[in-house]
Write a protein of this length. Structure first.
Length: 708
């Protein structure tokens, strides 16, 4: 086959319509007009990454690169469309031949043209997540007795194991050994399910979402002619958000770029925060090792934040050992120092934020330009109630409504049934967790349970749920007999005087005795869910009784529903409550980062793993760099536990790493009345903090005083 040789136009042969030097700063210009060859563009937060990448595409097209020889890979189709529209606006013409889109959309396009080489027809269909789970379930069923005796986890969990191992290019047994050693003994059965799943997909001419990458890579690695064709086509490859690529995506890029080596990877190692989704931080960190001749461009001029916020951001990330050295420099004029606010507890933290938000609104900051960011949804529970009491509209951007998640509702069902043994919904939710119990069996068990309660009358209710559970054990399906006994035993333990009806203790007992095993078997992200249940228990420690706790959960659940309803109503002038992960890529005039205590942010689970702690520090950096004008960093000093007093919370190690001179520390003290006249800017003098929990009392900011 003749070898293709591409003639590159000389600078004098092409007249550039765009004055790139005038449109871009020096760092952006150098990256956008880089010569051929591999290059890594490290674009710091707020430095104009998208602008640089857009002008790079325009520059290549103006220099004579045919649009169909250029491949632009992004992580959302929206990002690709917006970037290509910007290029069209710059050049005055649409670039329909340019290949731009997500890895998965480009993979689907390639596979449509080459399906036969992999044993598929070109009219293959793509499974959605639910269809994929159903097919895995059918494969588990095909194992017969082998699958039953092994007590394999739910199909959704198996599908996640197969997906994660495929995207990490790791055999199932090895993946289990690395990430889930407790299931290593199930490796033969899970690997067999994976084989059956692959066979059935091919037989049905269907692919799942992972196949769009895995089969694309297999096609290129297994067919030299196809590989050569796409290597010739994609003479220039640009990758956005490179720090978020997984192993397969990185391998695809390296394969496609192997001939021309004109690959530009654009990203920010300091904003790599998605390892839990399979992103491989090493991809960006080791790019210069894979491409020793790569040029490294650093875009460090930040146009978003004030110099004071940038100084905190630079200090926040400095302690990470695994990173490219860089220093954001501000383009904006000086503003006010970021504020550090130690708070007595979560309630006082909420009171401070509630009042400060109102003050900002009075100063002219629109509510939608204010964000309250946190590591975990549970960190904002007191805050939601406080904002509601003060009449401050807010929207929660945390995906599915938190209290509607299965693990929260499951554990809550135990507490509800304890509080009210005649709660049919709580009873059925619990028994449906057991193997062999379906809706019909749940109905029969509920009927028998109700009869047992009535026959036991007041004695049964007074004694709690266990007697009635024990009395109907002969109605339970055989597959659920052992679990039913465990259920009854756990309920008896919940009523033990040592537990004392304390919600936090009850939740921990439920998790230890029953739910941790259930979560492992039924949820792909069981670790995250169990951590959230521990946070639910910590929140429950604040309540004297189970009834008080359940009432509070109901209030919070309804607040979430109201916030969601307001979101769909079209009224967008609301404070944004969000996890840091979901706020990445956004910016706000004023940002509050809350619950900055060790074990909260950084999370408790990350403290024992240096790599995980470094990712938590990157998460803190992302939170800080969302702020344009004002930044408030808050943390509680105490966690209140009824009957046990208060326990101290250590200030986040991330705050200790920021020099004190970069922060304006405000000390909150209680005042006899509400000082609402001051604006609290600069040194915070005169800013009143009204205590929403105590009528007629309040706090004032004293930057020189002692707390409390």
């Amino acid at each position: 086959m003749p070898r293709e040789y591409t003639l590159q136009p000389t600078a004098s042969a092409t007249e550039l319509r765009i004055d790139y030097a005038a449109e871009l700063n020096t760092q952006q210009y150098e990256a956008a007009t880089a010569p051929p060859g591999p290059s890594l563009v490290l674009a710091g937060a707020g430095s104009g990454k998208t602008r640089t990448l857009t002008y790079r595409v325009a520059y290549l097209l103006e220099r004579g690169v045919p649009p169909d020889r250029l491949l632009l890979l992004t992580f959302t189709n929206k990002a690709a469309r917006e970037m290509m529209q910007r290029v069209a606006d710059l050049l005055g013409a649409q670039q329909d031949q340019l290949w731009g889109g997500t890895f998965h959309s480009i993979g689907a396009r390639v596979l449509r043209s080459n399906a036969e080489a992999l044993g598929f027809r070109r009219d293959f269909t793509i499974l959605d997540r639910e269809d994929s789970h159903d097919l895995v379930k059918a494969c588990v069923g095909a194992l017969g007795e082998e699958g039953v005796s092994a007590r394999l986890p739910k199909p959704e969990v198996i599908a996640d194991v197969l997906s994660r191992s495929a995207n990490e290019r790791c055999a199932v047994p090895l993946w289990l050994e690395r990430h889930h050693s407790a299931w290593s003994e199930l490796a033969p059965q899970l690997a067999r399910v994976g084989e059956l799943y692959t066979e059935r997909k091919r037989a049905a001419n269907v692919m799942d979402f992972d196949d769009l990458l895995c089969l694309w890579l297999r096609l290129l690695e297994g067919d030299a002619e196809v590989l050569a064709r796409y290597q010739r086509r994609f003479q220039w490859i640009l990758v956005d958000e490179y720090q978020d690529t997984n192993q397969i995506q990185s391998d695809l890029i390296d394969l496609l770029a192997a001939q021309h080596r004109n690959v530009m990877a654009v990203g920010d190692d300091s904003q790599s925060i998605y390892s839990w989704r399979g992103a491989n931080f090493r991809n960006i960190l080791e790019f210069p090792k894979r491409y020793p001749d790569a040029r490294v461009f650093k875009i460090e001029v930040n146009y978003r934040s004030t110099p004071e916020i940038i100084a905190v951001a630079n200090a926040a990330i400095a302690s990470n050992t695994q990173q490219f050295a860089k220093q954001l420099t501000p383009a904006r004029r000086p503003g006010i120092k970021p504020v550090l606010v130690p708070c007595e507890d979560g309630h006082q933290q909420a009171a401070f934020i509630g009042q400060r938000v109102l003050e900002l609104a009075e100063e002219g900051v629109v509510l939608r330009e204010i964000a309250i960011l946190y590591r975990s949804h549970f960190h904002a529970l007191e805050l939601q109630l406080e904002l509601t009491r003060r009449g401050i509209p807010f929207v929660i951007t945390s995906g599915i409504r938190f209290f509607e998640q299965a693990h929260i509702k499951d554990v809550s069902a135990w507490l509800k049934l304890l509080a009210n043994p005649t709660d049919e919904l709580a009873f059925k939710r619990l028994v449906l967790l057991l193997p062999g119990v379906g809706p019909k069996a749940a109905d029969k068990l509920w009927t028998a349970f109700g009869t047992a309660l009535r026959e036991g009358a007041q004695e049964a209710v007074a004694a709690g749920v266990p007697p009635a559970l024990v009395s109907i054990r002969d109605r339970v399906p055989k597959k659920a007999a052992l679990d039913w006994a465990n259920l009854a035993t756990t309920f008896a333990q919940l009523l033990d005087p040592s537990v004392g009806g304390r919600p936090g203790r009850m939740i921990r007992l439920i998790v230890e005795a029953f739910y941790d095993d259930y979560a492992e078997q039924n949820f792909p992200n069981s670790g995250q869910r169990l951590e959230e249940l521990e946070q639910l228990a910590a929140y429950g420690d604040q309540f004297e009784t189970n009834a008080d706790f359940l009432t509070q959960l109901s209030l919070l659940n309804n607040l979430e529903a109201d916030a969601e309803q307001r979101t769909t109503s079209g009224d967008d002038d609301r404070v944004r409550l969000s996890t840091v992960h979901q706020a990445k890529g956004l910016e706000f005039a004023a940002v509050f980062v809350i619950m900055l205590g060790d074990g909260l942010f950084p999370s408790a689970r990350s403290l024992e793993d240096p790599d995980a702690c470094e990712e938590e520090r990157r998460l803190f950096y992302v939170a800080v760099t969302r702020a344009r004008d004002e930044l408030y960093l808050t943390y509680p000093l105490l966690r209140l536990t009824p009957g046990q007093g208060a326990s101290l919370i250590s200030k986040s190690r991330f705050l200790d790493e920021v020099p004190s001179g970069l922060l304006d520390e405000w000390t909150l003290r209680r005042s006899e009345s509400f000082y609402g006249s001051g604006n609290g800017r600069g040194n915070g003098r005169g800013a009143g903090i009204q205590d929403g929990a105590e009528s007629g009392s309040g706090f004032e900011v004293d930057p020189d005083g002692d707390p409390f």
